[in-house]
Design a protein around this ligand. Structure first.
Ligand code: NDP
Length: 485
C-alpha cells in the first residue's frame, strides 16, 4: 500500500502536480525507522524548463495586481495552513523525523505566520516622494521578477514560506527547490497557495540535487536566488549568481556563542542552552553551540544541565510526549557521531550522551562536552547535531574576543541579570540575530540572518522586502530642460 506521505507527483508546476519518472529517483527515508516512505524524481531539463517558463509568465500578471489583492491570497493561504496544521505537521515529521511535539507548533505555524505577515504588508509597499524645490523625485518599489528559492532539510515548510511569502508579496514569482533529503513539505505549500487563489505558475516546486539548484541559479531568466544551506554551498551559489549579476539572500551556517555570566539565572540559562542545542536534535543553523559559562558557576551549571538533559524523551516522533527525535538522515548521523569521537579524542570532558541511542532510526544522544577549548575542532566547525560544547571564561573582554574569533556570525546570546552589561556585550558581538536572556526565538516580525561567512541579506520582517524588491527613482522637472549648448 502507498504510504500516506507519498505525494501525488514529484513536482508542482503551473498549478498542478507534474511527474517525469525519467529523472533520478530520490528515495524519501523516514528518519525514525529508516523505512522508505516515498519516492520522488529529480527534475529533468524539461521539468526545469516548464517551471521557469510558467513562473516567468505568471509573474507578469501577478505584478499587475494591487498589493491588497496579492496580500489577500497570502493571508488566505495562511488560514488554510493553520486549518491543516495537524496534517501538515505529521507530513513534516515524516519528511524530517522531528517530533510531532515540535512540528505542531514550529513548522506550518511559522510558515503561516510568514504568509500572514507579508500578506499584511503587501498593500503598504510604496515608494516615496522627494521634493526638490519646484522639481521632485518619486520612487517606485518594483518586484525583482523571477526568484529561485533553494532550501535546507531542517525546516522544509518554514523555509518554503519564509522565501515564498515576501517574494510573492512584492510581486515576484518563485521556483523553489527543496533539499533532496526533505522533498515533501514544499509541495503542500505550492498546493495551498493555488487553493488560496494564487495564479498557476506563480509558485512552483521542483525536486532535485545540487545540479538542479545549479541549473536554476545560472538560468538568465532568474533575477534572484535565496538559499538556505551550508557555507560551502553558499559560496558556490553566490559566485554562480554573481556571474549573472543576480540578487542574493544567503542564510548559511553558524557556530554561535551563548555567554552565561556569573549573575545569570542558571535554570533560565540552561533552558536557553537546551533550546539552542537540542531543539530539532540540534539541526538548527542559529544554535548557540559554543556555550561560554563563567568559571565561578561552571560546575553548578554542568551538574544541573546533565540532570535536565537526562530527562529528554527520545522515541517515536509521532508520540506527542516525545521531545527528542532522530537526525534527518543516516549520513547526518554519521557526521555527528564523527564529531563526537573527535571531541573525545581531542580531550574534551564528556558530561552526558556521547553516542548513538540504542534504538531503530538515526538517533544520536543529546551530548554535552565540558572543558572545551577554542582550538578544538568541535568548537570551530558547525556540527549540526545535538552536541553542546561548554567553554569556561573569566572576564567580559576575554569572552567577547573569543566569541568573535570565528568565521561565522549568525547568532549570539547573553544571559545575565545586569542589563547594562547585556547591551554592552551584545553591541560588541559579531552576529546578525542576537538574544538577551533567551535563545533561538525567530518571530517573523524580527529580521533574521547572519554576518561574516554566515550570510548576506535578511529574511523576515520589513528587511526582507528590501531583498525581494528594487527601487526605481524618477526625476520630474517642472520647468524647461536646459543644456550648455
Ligand atoms: P547544503 O548546503 O548541503 O544544501 C542546501 C541546498 O542547496 C540543498 O537544497 C542542496 O541540494 C542545494 N545545493 C547544493 N549544491 C548546490 C549548488 N551547487 N547549486 C545550487 N544548489 C545547491 O545544506 P544542507 O541541506 O545540508 O543544510 C544544512 C546547512 O544549512 C547547515 O550548514 C545549516 O547551518 C544551514 N542552514 C542555515 C539556515 C539559516 O537560515 N542560516 C537555516 C537552516 C540551515 P541537495 O541537498 O538536494 O543536493
Amino acid at each position: 500500500m502507498t504510504h500516506p506521505a507519498q505525494p501525488k507527483a514529484s513536482h508542482f508546476i503551473n498549478g498542478a502536480y507534474v511527474e517525469d519518472t525519467s529523472g533520478t529517483p530520490i528515495p524519501v527515508i523516514y528518519a525514525a525507522t529508516g523505512e522508505e516512505i516515498a519516492t520522488v524524481y529529480a527534475a529533468t531539463p524539461a521539468i526545469i524548463e516548464q517551471a521557469l517558463t510558467s513562473a516567468q509568465a505568471a509573474q507578469k500578471e501577478w505584478a499587475k495586481k494591487t498589493g491588497t489583492e496579492r496580500g489577500r491570497v497570502l493571508r488566505r493561504a495562511a488560514e488554510i495552513m493553520r486549518e491543516r496544521n495537524h496534517e501538515l505537521s505529521v507530513l513534516e515529521t515524516y519528511d524530517t523525523g522531528k517530533p510531532l511535539q515540535e512540528t505542531l507548533v514550529a513548522d506550518a505555524t511559522s510558515g503561516a505566520d510568514a504568509l500572514e505577515y507579508f500578506g499584511g504588508l503587501a498593500a503598504s509597499l510604496t515608494g516615496e516622494h522627494i521634493p526638490l524645490g519646484e522639481d521632485w523625485v518619486y520612487t517606485i518599489r518594483e518586484p525583482l521578477g523571477l526568484c529561485v528559492g533553494i532550501g535546507a532539510w531542517n525546516y522544509p515548510t518554514q523555509i518554503a514560506c519564509w522565501k515564498g511569502a515576501p517574494a510573492l508579496a512584492c510581486g515576484n514569482s518563485m521556483v523553489f527547490k527543496p533539499s533532496e533529503t526533505t522533498p515533501l513539505c514544499a509541495l503542500k505549500v505550492a498546493e495551498i497557495l493555488i487553493e488560496a487563489g494564487a495564479p498557476a505558475g506563480l509558485y512552483n516546486v521542483i525536486q532535485g540535487m545540487g545540479e538542479v539548484g545549479g541549473a536554476l541559479v545560472t538560468d538568465p531568466r532568474v533575477d534572484k536566488v535565496s538559499l538556505t544551506g551550508s557555507v560551502p554551498t553558499g559560496k558556490k551559489v553566490y559566485a554562480a549568481a554573481a556571474s549573472g549579476m543576480k540578487h542574493v539572500t544567503m542564510e548559511l551556517g553558524g557556530k554561535s556563542p551563548m555567554i552565561v555570566f556569573e549573575d545569570a539565572d542558571i535554570e533560565s540559562a540552561i533552558s536557553g542552552a537546551i533550546n539552542g542545542n537540542f531543539y530539532s536534535s540540534g539541526q538548527v543553523c542559529s544554535n548557540g553551540t559554543r556555550v561560554f559559562v563563567h568559571k565561578d558557576i561552571k560546575e553548578k551549571f554542568l551538574a544541573r544541565l546533565a540532570e535536565r538533559t537526562a530527562t529528554a524523551k527520545l522515541g517515536d516522533p509521532m508520540d506527542e510526549s516525545v521531545n527528542f527525535g532522530p537526525m534527518v538522515s543516516a549520513r547526518q548521523m554519521e557526521i555527528v557521531l564523527g564529531y563526537i569521537e573527535k571531541g573525545k579524542s581531542e580531550g574534551a570532558r564528556l558530561i552526558c550522551g556521547g553516542g548513538r541511542a540504542e534504538m531503530d532510526g538515526y538517533y544520536v544522544q543529546p551530548t554535552v562536552f565540558a572543558d572545551v577549548t577554542d582550538d578544538m575542532v568541535i568548537a570551530r566547525e558547525e556540527i549540526f547535531g545535538p552536541v553542546m560544547c561548554v567553554l569556561d571564561f573569566d572576564s567580559e573582554d576575554e569572552v567577547i574576543a573569543r566569541a568573535n574569533d570565528t568565521e561565522f556570525g549568525l547568532s549570539a546570546g547573553v544571559f545575565t541579570k545586569d542589563f547594562t552589561r547585556a547591551h554592552r556585550v551584545i553591541g560588541q558581538l559579531e552576529a546578525g540575530s542576537c538574544f538577551i536572556n533567551s535563545y533561538n526565538d525567530a518571530p517573523v516580525e524580527a529580521p533574521f540572518g547572519g554576518v561574516k561567512a554566515s550570510g548576506v541579506g535578511r529574511e523576515n520582517s520589513k528587511e526582507a522586502i528590501k531583498h525581494f524588491s528594487q527601487v526605481k527613482s524618477v526625476y520630474v522637472r517642472m520647468g524647461d530642460c536646459e543644456a550648455a549648448f
